[in-house]
Design a protein around this ligand. Structure first.
Ligand code: ZN
Length: 501
């Protein structure tokens, strides 16, 4: 079986390398490429996507997987080789259902749509995006139809990102969470709002970038295997386990944007950097699901980066960097400012408590678009109506309404938002277990030491890459299934104290 396994790995490595070469083009497109490069880049990305897809559906892989089945069955379920064969088979069986020509069409469209969004958003020109979004919805329905037998047409799309999850399961999970969150939001927003004026002063770009780099380095983001660049909508991308890059953006009139998005992306990147090197070039060399990925970005951003312990260490450093802006602002005031809870319009700036309400709006919209119960042309107004109902606010325009997020314009409709809320839930589950194993973690964080937490996450979560599904990993780490209780306990304790509820 040695020979077949070696052959399988060499096929996988070629598909992996083509895919990561496509990622380099994608990263460049979203960071440095001048607008004039757009048309050729769309074509090149589509070509690479097609070649990657063709490689990954090579019948030779199917033949090798068949030959390797007895070997796989002779191994323990969690052995590296059995896991490699199992995960490769799952991905292969999914990939062969989608014709390469369709993938090329989809990628070309995505690239066009992303570039249109970059121009149309600042111009508040939803009309320019409308036909593109209609086509995206149409392509997503076609994509789902390659997987007949689904219960909801979003299910195959959700499955790409959060394997094993379904629209109905998520609907009831979100409804449950919503019932618990609304009273917390109401209790907090009936208190006087936290004073966050100190965040809204002028903070020069270069200093913000310096400080955010200092923070992510200290947390454990490895710069020998990573770097940070500027973009419109921050993301993390991996070209190999030795090169995992993050991006950020700076708002000079708001301190939170650059810092917390840098920490967020560094959380994604530390997950990828923590994967065992032996998995390089295989389908195991990535995070296991959008939910688990997001659990790590949000752990570092919120459970760590918005904790009191974290700021006990970093606040004096921040004050030294921005002495004029933060003169006379106490740690308490600053801590309250970065944890201000308020109903708001922009998802990426939302606090930990109201954040999920933004996701639920988007999740419902995605399902309605795919079902055909909501038309693309009615979307901007529906967005406003829904924000009015859920948040009691209306965006002044579509730029900060339906066009604020890149997802539907730079990717897919369906399956792209549930991961954030799953991430909040899973992150709190893992973090609770890390704290139970190492009660010294908060105290260490207040001294700028993050190794104990980082190492626990590597040992229990990161090193496994995609070896286990999210469900298996949650079971392995916590001994139980997905549960919203640790997340609610965390919110009630932290915000109960902050807002004296
Ligand atoms: Zn993220």
């Amino acid at each position: 079986m040695e020979k077949q396994l070696k052959e399988l790995k060499s096929h996988l490595m070629e598909a992996y390398d083509l895919g990561r070469a496509g990622a380099v083009l994608g990263w460049d497109e979203m960071t440095y490429m001048p607008p004039g490069g757009a048309a050729a880049r769309a074509r090149q990305s589509a070509l690479l996507a097609r070649l990657t897809h063709e490689k990954s559906i090579d019948p030779a892989i199917g033949k090798l997987l068949d030959e390797l089945r007895p070997y796989e069955e002779s191994l323990p379920y969690d052995s590296d080789n059995a896991s490699l064969i199992r995960v490769t088979r799952r991905e292969y069986e999914r990939a062969i259902k989608v014709p390469p020509q369709f993938m090329a069409e989809l990628y070309e469209h995505i690239s066009k749509s992303y570039n249109a969004w970059v121009t149309a958003r600042p111009e508040n020109n939803y009309k320019a995006l409308e036909p593109l979004l209609e086509r995206t919805v149409d392509l997503c329905r076609q994509l789902a139809d390659f997987f007949p037998g689904y219960e909801h047409c979003a299910d195959p799309l959700i499955d790409f990102n959060d394997y094993g999850m379904k629209a109905t399961t998520l609907r009831s999970l979100f409804a449950h969470l919503r019932r618990e969150l609304i009273p917390i939001v109401q209790a907090i927003t009936s208190q006087p709002p936290a004073d966050d004026a100190c965040l809204k002063l002028h903070y020069p770009k270069a200093d913000q970038l310096d400080f955010s780099m200092e923070v992510v380095k200290q947390l454990g983001y490895d710069l020998n295997r990573g770097r940070q660049d500027l973009t419109h909508h921050p993301f993390t991308t991996s070209f190999s386990l030795g090169d995992v890059r993050i991006t950020t953006r700076v708002n000079e009139d708001f301190l939170g944007d650059c810092l917390f998005s840098s920490i967020h992306e560094a959380g994604h990147a530390m997950y990828e950097q923590g994967i065992r090197m032996e998995f390089e070039g295989t389908p195991l060399a990535g995070g296991t699901s959008a939910g688990v990925h997001e659990s790590q970005s949000r752990t570092w951003e919120n459970l760590v980066g918005r904790s009191r312990s974290f700021w006990e260490f970093f606040y004096p450093k921040l004050q030294a960097k921005f002495p004029d802006q933060l003169k006379g602002i106490s740690l308490d005031t600053f801590y309250q400012a970065v944890n201000k809870v308020q109903r708001s319009l922009i998802r990426t700036e939302a606090d930990e408590v109201t954040y999920n309400l933004h996701i639920m709006i988007r999740f419902d919209i995605e399902l309605a678009l795919l079902e055909g119960n909501l038309l693309v042309r009615d979307l901007p107004e529906y967005w406003h109506v829904r924000y009015n109902a859920d948040m009691g606010m209306r965006a002044p325009d579509d730029r900060d309404g339906v066009m604020q997020d890149v997802h539907w314009f730079g990717g897919l409709v369906g399956g792209s938002f549930q991961g954030y809320t799953l991430g909040n839930i899973i992150g709190a589950q893992f973090f609770t277990h890390a704290l139970a194993a190492h009660p010294e973690i908060p105290n260490e964080m207040s001294q700028g030491k993050f190794e104990t937490l980082h190492k626990w996450l590597i040992d229990n979560v990161y090193q496994h890459g995609s070896k286990f599904t999210a469900t298996e990993l949650i079971e392995k780490v916590t001994g139980g299934p997905l549960s919203i209780e640790p997340y609610l306990t965390y919110l009630r304790s932290k915000y109960g104290e902050l807002y004296k509820l």
